[in-house]
Design a protein around this ligand. Structure first.
Ligand SMILES: *[C@@H]1O[C@H](CO)[C@@H](O)[C@H](O)[C@H]1NC(C)=O
Ligand SMILES: *[C@@H]1O[C@H](CO)[C@@H](O)[C@H](O)[C@H]1NC(C)=O
Length: 502
């Protein structure tokens, strides 16, 4: 900083020296997206005379009241001591460009508050100069989450659209005739300084119409068809019960039939393998081919079986993309071996093994611990242990071989409802809610990391899922008393605690 001030004075009061040496900004402004990277450049002349030439480069961000040192290269070494912590680990100077006369700064994982004016100062043996440029970081409103609920008092419905981006976007609503409707739009700022915009309208549930919300800044939208999309009301009448019962019987018959055919599909697959292995049995091969034609439907069903197999592999692959550094892995393993056995307790205060974390089929386990007690580390251990299987260092302590699919949700960033979050967080966008339901069975383990009630859509849909689910194992990790409603919903849950480190 001091160096910068001196340099500025030096540039101002010694024009004779700086006449020879100039710095030019590559552009007067840059626009980039939240979470992405940007490279901003300043060109200086004359170029460096040799590889050891004296050189100082300083990039600073400033407003009228605040200066942050972004990057300081002092005699070819980065000076991290004075770097602003906001930029720590996110900026590099492209040193290979220096000899071409460019001081190029790359900022990664852009934040909203990286926006503003930047100044690049360069000093070589020939002189010193500086220029400014501005950076504007924006976040497009990409996906819109929609929600329908019954309005309190009356037959109206409340339609809600939610999205986040930066800067704030107005929301426009239109009906099927493209007439603009008035709405109630509110916004809050997230910890990442994105603006979360929620917009609601109240509509008559009896009138057939479509409604569209448009986040006008980026044009993203969602459409509701009323009354088609109105959820089936809780209060059932007799006619509905009859219709539903018939529906249930038909569905049961279809499932039974599919199951029977699928069994056949598997058997058929085995037969084909056998016939290929047992060379020369042309009869059975021919028979298979004939059967193949007859039973295309069976093959599709068999393929669906395969897709479920693939889903396990898909999820494992997904998790391995987020695998931890070696250092973190060691930390997790040490934590699991040295600390957890003492700190993991049941509700009677008795120590329990790591295996107790795996809920039995149909069971809900609550793992409670105050912030920093290691819940997320436990989630990492479970995910990596499941992903790696028997080769994992902790596979003897926690055996997840009965778990065919592990679904984990980071509850700190939930915005939509339960199924939307599974789809978004696990990249299962093409799966429908019904498909997900059929996967969330006793062979599945659902891990909710850092759950805290407070997001209406998510809480309500999760509670419904937990009540209706069949067999799915659920592990809820939260701080004590952060999920009272879910706790009350689950009558026969088991609670474990991670004690704080003593
Ligand atoms: C808009 O919605 C908010 C939150 O739901 C509510 O507090 C406010 O009264 C509503 N405003 C209008 C004009 O309806
Ligand atoms: C910039 O935003 C980050 C979070 O995105 C925050 O941690 C940091 O304190 C902010 N810096 C300033 C100067 O506001």
């Amino acid at each position: 900083m001091d160096w910068a001030v001196i340099l500025v004075l030096h540039v101002m009061f010694q024009p004779s020296l700086s006449v020879l040496f100039t710095v030019e900004a590559e552009r007067t402004m840059y626009e980039s997206k939240f979470g992405e990277d940007v490279v901003m450049g300043c060109r200086f002349q004359p170029k460096l005379s040799n590889h050891q030439a004296a050189l100082q480069v300083m990039w600073q961000w400033f407003t009228s009241t605040l200066i942050r040192e972004v990057y300081h290269l002092d005699d070819w070494k980065q000076n991290v001591a004075t770097q602003d912590p906001d930029y720590l680990g996110r900026v590099v100077l492209l040193t290979e460009e220096l000899h071409k006369g460019w001081a190029k700064l790359k900022i990664s994982r852009l934040r909203i508050n990286d926006s503003g004016t930047y100044q690049c100062l360069v000093q070589t043996g020939e002189g010193a100069d500086y220029k400014t440029t501005t950076l504007s970081v924006v976040a497009p409103y990409k996906s819109v989450t929609k929600h329908i609920e019954k309005a309190a008092g009356g037959d109206d419905m409340l339609l809600t659209c939610l999205s986040e981006g930066y800067p704030e976007s107005p929301v426009m609503w239109q009906n099927g005739q493209h007439q603009t409707l008035s709405s109630n739009t509110t916004s809050v700022t997230t910890p990442e300084q994105l603006v979360q915009v929620t917009s609601r309208i109240r509509v008559r549930s009896s009138a057939k119409d479509s409604y569209k919300c448009i986040f006008t800044k980026d044009g993203s939208s969602a459409t509701f068809q009323i009354p088609d999309e109105i959820p089936v009301p809780q209060k059932r009448n007799d006619a509905l019960i009859v219709v539903l019962s018939i529906g249930v019987i038909i569905v049961a018959l279809i499932i039974a039939m599919l199951f029977y055919r699928r069994q056949k599909g598997f058997r058929f697959h085995c037969t084909r393998n056998l016939s290929v292995d047992g060379q020369g049995k042309s009869d059975s091969v021919a028979a298979c081919i004939a059967k193949n034609k007859d039973n295309e439907e069976e093959i599709t069903i068999f393929n669906e079986g395969c897709m479920e197999e693939n889903l396990g592999a898909f999820l494992k692959n997904h998790y391995s993309n987020f695998s931890l550094s070696t250092e973190m892995t060691h930390h997790c393993e040490a934590f699991a071996v040295e600390e957890l056995p003492h700190r993991l307790q049941n509700n009677e205060g008795k120590s329990v093994s790591l295996q107790a974390l795996l809920p039995k089929a149909g069971e809900v386990v609550f793992l409670e611990g105050s912030p920093g007690s290691g819940k997320t580390t436990v989630a990492h251990i479970l995910v990596s242990s499941w992903t790696e299987g028997p080769t994992h260092a902790l596979s003897k302590r926690v055996n997840l071989s009965t778990v065919r699919f592990l679904f984990t949700i980071d509850c700190n960033r939930v915005k939509g409802d339960f199924f939307q979050e599974i789809k978004m967080q696990l990249s299962l966008l093409e799966k429908t809610e019904d498909e997900l339901r059929t996967l969330l069975t006793s062979e599945a383990l659902l891990v909710l990391d850092g759950y805290r009630e407070g997001n209406h859509f998510f809480d309500e849909s999760l509670r419904k899922f937990v009540m209706e689910r069949e067999g799915c194992r659920v592990l809820v990790m939260s701080c004590p008393r952060h999920c009272p409603i879910l706790n009350d919903t689950v009558v026969t849950g088991r609670t474990l605690q991670i004690q704080n480190k003593v």
